[in-house]
Design a protein around this ligand. Structure first.
Ligand SMILES: NC(=O)c1ccc[n+]([C@@H]2O[C@H](COP(=O)([O-])OP(=O)(O)OC[C@H]3O[C@@H](n4cnc5c(N)ncnc54)[C@H](O)[C@@H]3O)[C@@H](O)[C@H]2O)c1
Length: 376
């Protein structure tokens, strides 16, 4: 009998695909999820193909006795349940802290109590722990810029600056030994989750992985959540021919990694033989600008959406993000295989087949504006 894997947040985008992969490989799977309405709308059940195959613990990851029951009999914990909106985290401070840090703390206490047989914990960390990450200064080489200043961005100056001489930098990929430097509360909670899991994995003498996912995309991602998922937001707007607002000058970039690559990396972490706890980037090492992304979305849907590059910016946003994948290849022997274009075809084709959601996008921007977290 193969191990039993508990996936918290297993009804979500990455978790449900991981559950399928694990079930297909013969593992037992249980899922703990509260079907958060912000993500699932009115849908309160697992995808049909998982029903009856994965054991479901319906409820909140902050519920300690539910977590105790769910962890009993599991050999691996994949902890994905989290609040995930970068902008929203900046004003829902207490809630994000409770869900992302508090619940992780309870899970660690349950394992420390010694009533479980968990041999490995994998936690979803994030690129956001790096803040601006690594950059290149023509004078000082690789540097780690501070958070960008509002004053500079108000003047349309968006590139991160060298912390030594103040000159504009250019983007390079960020390795795992870059300093922690989150610029949002979400990023801070991901940092603490990751460090907590790696610390207690070491204490318990079990495997521990903090997988620093870049921007994950693909079929099944929430089209309902206006607080997260730039691709989902833009494709909803494009399908409805509604305006698309691009922040900054559109040249901000992200490392978009296709969900199957993320699932494969996570699966390999589950299967990894006993080893030292590790934090690993999970991305492609290729950066795509937001303007390039919008172009592809508009072209796919032949959309009449008006695209405005607004110069506006949000507190907590970073300029560029791109993963150095050397450690992922070394430790989990995996290099993502999906190109951005191939992944986009899958995602946009799927999005087109979904019911068009009523858009809360404008409302989510108004919320940020009213709290002084969006400028312009
Ligand atoms: N998708 C990305 O681009 C990305 C990037 C970096 C990190 N991550 C991390 O990966 C993990 C999974 O992300 P995803 O994209 O699948 O998100 P998702 O929103 O699709 O899934 C999260 C799941 O967690 C559940 N959940 C939320 N709060 C909960 C609570 N209090 N109790 C129980 N369940 C709860 C939700 O109902 C949902 O099913 C998250 O921890 C996220 O921070 C995602």
């Amino acid at each position: 009998m193969k191990d039993k894997i508990l996936i918290t947040g297993g009804a979500g985008f990455i978790g449900s695909r991981l559950a399928r992969k694990l079930l297909g490989a013969g593992y037992g799977v249980s899922i703990l999820d509260n079907f958060s309405p912000q993500i699932h709308g009115g849908n309160r059940d697992l995808p049909e193909d998982l029903r009856g195959h994965a054991e479901l613990f319906r409820g909140d990851v902050r519920d300690v006795s539910l977590c105790e029951r769910a962890l009993k009999g599991s050999q691996v914990l994949v902890h994905l349940a989290a609040e995930t909106g970068t902008g929203q985290s900046m004003y829902q401070v207490r809630h994000y802290t409770d869900v992302n840090i508090g619940a992780t703390a309870s899970l660690m206490e349950i394992m420390l109590a010694g009533n479980t047989r968990v041999r490995s914990v994998v936690v979803a960390s994030s690129r956001s722990i790096y803040g601006e990450g690594a950059a290149k200064c023509s004078e000082h080489g690789t540097v780690y810029p501070e958070m960008r200043s509002s004053a500079a961005m108000q003047k349309g100056d968006f590139e991160p600056k060298c912390p030594i001489c103040g000159a504009a930098t250019s983007m390079v990929s960020t390795p795992e030994n870059a300093p922690f430097h989150p610029s949002s509360l979400y990023g801070l909670t991901k940092q603490v989750q990751e460090q907590m899991v790696l610390m207690y994995a070491t204490t318990l003498g079990i495997n521990g992985f903090g997988l620093r996912y870049q921007n994950v995309f693909g079929p099944g991602q929430s089209l309902k959540n206006p607080y997260t998922g730039i691709l989902a937001i833009f494709s909803n707007q494009a399908r409805a021919d509604k305006p698309i607002y691009v922040f900054e000058d559109g040249l901000e970039s992200r490392d978009f990694v296709y969900v199957d690559d993320v699932v494969e990396a996570t699966f390999r972490a589950v299967e990894a033989p006993p080893q030292k706890p590790a934090a690993l980037n999970v991305g492609t090492g290729v950066a795509t600008t937001v303007s390039e992304l919008v172009e592809q979305v508009i072209a796919f849907f032949s959309s009449k959406s008006e695209v405005t590059v607004t110069g506006a910016f949000r507190e907590g946003d970073i300029r560029h993000s791109c993963a150095d994948t050397t450690q992922l290849e070394r430790v989990l022997h995996y290099k993502p295989t999906w190109t951005f274009e191939a992944g986009m075809r899958e995602f946009l084709g799927w999005a087109e087949s979904q019911a068009l959601e009523a858009s809360n996008y404008e409302r989510s921007l108004d919320e940020l504006r009213s709290k002084g977290l969006m400028h312009g």
